[in-house]
Design a protein around this ligand. Structure first.
Ligand SMILES: *Cc1c(COP(=O)(O)O)cnc(C)c1O
Length: 394
């Protein structure tokens, strides 16, 4: 008891310090999911959901998840290597491999678990990892946990990466790791140049397509599959938790790499298989993405309109590269204030603060989804501008 109180004093002090710096985070309960919600009879536009294609509440996806549950139960009941490997795992992996144009795919519990598992499996003390400085947290954690020597190159800076590769003296493997669409800025990595460097320096290339799967490229297979700029990295990572509207992660790679990961990726081996509902739902979501490839294009067209509305209101914004639009604010508290007044008006946007983004670059991260109509976007742009003026940041 006494000891607990001491601990609470310690952790409480740390929390107080977070509050002072505008960095305190807390959970908010929502009664629904997706880009457009109804909360106590009030319409709320949710711009912080990753349900880009509005599939989380798609009728056929829900029915497929329910059917899988009725047929196979709620849980996989064991890790895949024990007795938790179902036919639906195989079926979904075949879908995902086809989508990404890879030989094979392997499904994990989540995208985070994929990144931890893959990087620790393919890299060790003898190897060197070269990572974009703005890579997703799960790639950073996987890199650190692997025990490999690591270098973080400046964001999308090919010259910096090449200098680091030139200096590298490892007798082991070199591995270049990058997001394709960066989560917080929505910009896209120079994959073609990275692939050329990987080739010249005999490096393995790992591309995390979490935000691009379902949205970009042929068959929704990601930025690596955009026509005219296709590349074939050794390892592509994706998630079913974003545009596919469900939950779970996957890696797409060669058959040999898949077998290797089944034997070496600890977050695959020692974690329970994905449940039937997730497998059935994602199987349907992939089939919808493949049969209606215009969904991704329509999404990007809407983001473009939204950007135009915001620019008309006086915001200065980067060119659109993806469905994620950053509105830079700078100060943590101002970003929070702005998000707070927007919430009052029925608009949910996340204020993204350090350590998720570098200090002094707090921002609103707006992600547009197919649940948002052009009218919704016009309304949101007006409200955003009004609140921004009210807080003196426009
Ligand atoms: C969201 C995300 C992940 C994690 O995927 P989950 O399935 O949500 O665990 C990994 N990498 C990137 C780049 C992401 O944006």
């Amino acid at each position: 008891m006494n000891n607990n109180r001491q601990l609470d004093t310690y952790f409480g002090r740390e929390l107080a310090s977070l509050r002072e710096r505008g960095l305190f985070r807390e959970l908010r309960v929502l009664p629904a999911t997706g880009g457009k919600l109804s909360i106590e009879g009030r319409k709320v536009l949710n711009f912080s959901s990753n349900d880009y294609l509005n599939l989380a509440n798609h009728h056929q996806v829900k029915v497929a998840a329910i059917e899988a549950t009725e047929r196979l139960g709620c849980g996989a009941t064991a890790s895949r290597l024990m007795s938790g490997h179902l036919e639906l795992h195989d079926a979904l992996e075949i879908d995902l491999a086809r989508m990404v144009a890879a030989e094979a795919a392997l499904v994990f519990g989540s995208g985070f678990l994929v990144n931890i598992g893959v990087l620790t499996a393919i890299a060790g003390r003898e190897d060197e990892i070269f990572a974009d400085r703005l890579n997703h947290a799960s790639l950073i954690d996987g890199m650190l946990l692997s025990g490999a020597q690591w270098h973080r190159y400046r964001h999308k800076d090919i010259d910096h990466l090449e200098r680091l590769l030139k200096k590298s003296k490892t007798g082991g493997r070199r591995i270049i790791v990058t997001d394709s669409i960066f989560s917080m800025d929505g910009d896209i990595a120079p994959l073609k140049c990275l692939a050329e460097l990987a080739e010249s320096y005999k490096a393995i290339m790992v591309v995390d397509e979490a935000h691009a799967i379902g949205v970009m490229g042929a068959r929704g297979g990601g930025v690596c599959r955009i026509k005219g700029q296709e590349i074939k990295p050794e390892i592509v990572i994706g998630t079913m938790s974003k545009a596919l509207g469900g939950y779970g992660g996957f890696v797409a790679c060669s058959d040999t790499m898949r077998s290797f990961l089944i034997n070496r990726a600890r977050s695959f081996i020692y974690s329970t298989g994905l449940p039937p509902a997730c497998l059935g739902g994602s199987h349907m979501a992939v089939s919808l993405v493949e049969s209606t490839p215009q969904m991704g294009q329509e999404l990007l067209a809407r983001v473009q309109r939204f950007r135009e509305f915001l620019v008309e209101e006086g915001f200065s914004l980067p060119e659109i590269e993806s469905q994620i639009l950053p509105i830079h604010i700078g100060d943590n508290q101002q970003a929070m204030n702005l998000a707070g007044s927007l919430w009052e008006k029925g608009i949910m946007v996340s204020a993204i603060r350090p350590p998720t983004v570098p200090a002094g670059t707090a921002r609103l991260r707006v992600s547009v989804t197919l649940a948002h109509s052009i009218d919704d976007l016009q309304f949101a742009a007006k409200e955003l501008a009004q609140s921004a003026r009210q807080w003196g940041v426009l």
